[in-house]
Design a protein. Structure first.
Length: 358
């Protein structure tokens, strides 16, 4: 592959150190991280990473630029050829699918403390693949199902790379990308997944607290469309509390669609229950993901005292409980309306009732 002149033109504009890395080792190493893909321009953005950068990064979106010295853009077709030429054994792949603001970053960091685990937190390519999948139903999508599968398989293979001590790779998805979880689980038949959520009342209270409102609004349309496809129509929403309840139900139904066909490959986890007995539940997570590690007293782990999305900030279980209690006081009426909306939808739509019983 390294002698293919046509493909090597893709790295002509790369910094010299990166170009030599590609020419010498191809895309075998996670040090070459495909951070973004553009299906319209048909390009891929490659950044240079390291084990330390992956460990430090709370998210692999643009915030990762603080940990990477350089990068370059190459045609996606050339990336596909490099990936097809990877000649090392792929590592076992695991996923964390979650509803958002339900402790997924903390869980990912705790899992990443285990020996041999490479944690990838929210690679932006997942969101692009989800948008590509959504567009397949449009006559103007610009790409075919086979092209979408090629782009998806390419990312899956990239996520299965590791370092010398890597035994498995755990990808934490972005909160709204579990909608392509079935595709990912089908194309990676050995993959296992954690399905992370909280009870509806906790979710609604968390989403109605000020730091979460922007995300609630920005993702509402896609979640409502997803819920409509599942239920056959869109139940009316008349308040912010009902919008939060709709978001929770959309993610709950999505997780139900993942767990139903693969009961042995998926593990549902209630984050509230996790916080009540973290050592027990983290042990169950390690067992399900087939990670060998001594759990110890998780409640006393330093990560349990920090804000996982920004570890420089102190944030304990007690701080989270206080935030929920404050939101419960401030938003009592909207929380009540949201819970009532869920009850009405469950009475009218059997799939919603089934998701609530899961």
């Amino acid at each position: 592959m390294g002698n293919n002149t046509h493909v090597n033109k893709a790295i002509d504009r790369a910094p010299a150190t990166l170009a030599s890395l590609v020419a010498c080792d191809g895309f075998r190493s996670p040090d070459l991280f495909v951070q973004r893909i553009d299906p319209l321009a048909k390009t891929a953005l490659i950044l240079r990473m390291s084990p330390e950068a992956y460990r430090a990064s709370s998210f692999l979106d643009n915030r990762v630029l603080a940990y990477t010295p350089d990068g370059f853009v190459m045609p996606h077709a050339h990336l596909v050829r490099w990936v097809e030429a990877i000649d090392v054994q792929p590592h076992p792949l695991r996923f964390i699918f979650h509803a958002g603001h339900v402790g997924s970053t903390l869980l990912s960091r705790l899992i990443g403390e285990a020996d041999g685990v490479l944690s990838l937190r929210e690679p932006p390519t997942l969101q692009t693949l989800a948008l590509m999948h959504d567009a397949l139903s449009s006559f103007e999508s610009g790409f075919s199902h086979s092209q979408f599968e090629t782009w998806t398989r390419t990312q899956l293979r990239l996520w299965q790379r590791g370092y010398a001590d890597t035994r498995c790779v755990v990808v934490k998805a972005t909160s709204d990308t579990a909608r392509i979880g079935r595709t990912l689980m089908q194309l990676a038949p050995e993959a296992r997944a954690i399905l992370l959520n909280v009870p509806a009342e906790t979710f609604i209270a968390m989403m109605l607290s000020a730091p979460s409102l922007h995300e609630l609004r920005s993702k509402a349309r896609e979640r409502r469309n997803r819920l409509s496809r599942t239920l056959g129509e869109s139940p009316p929403i008349t308040s912010t509390g009902e919008a939060a309840a709709m978001s929770w139900l959309a993610e709950q139904l999505t997780q139900e669609r993942l767990s139903h066909p693969w009961p042995t490959r998926t593990l549902r986890l209630d984050f509230d229950a996790f916080l009540a007995n973290p050592s027990f539940h983290l042990g169950a997570v390690f067992h399900h993901l087939e990670i060998a590690s001594l759990v110890g007293d998780v409640a006393r782990h330093p990560l349990m005292q920090r804000y996982s999305k920004s570890p420089g900030i102190a944030y304990s279980v007690a701080d989270r409980a206080e935030r929920l209690q404050q939101s419960g006081r401030d938003n009592a009426e909207e929380i009540r309306r949201g819970l009532g909306w869920i009850d009405r939808v469950a009475q009218a739509y059997p799939p919603a009732a089934a998701a609530l019983a899961a």
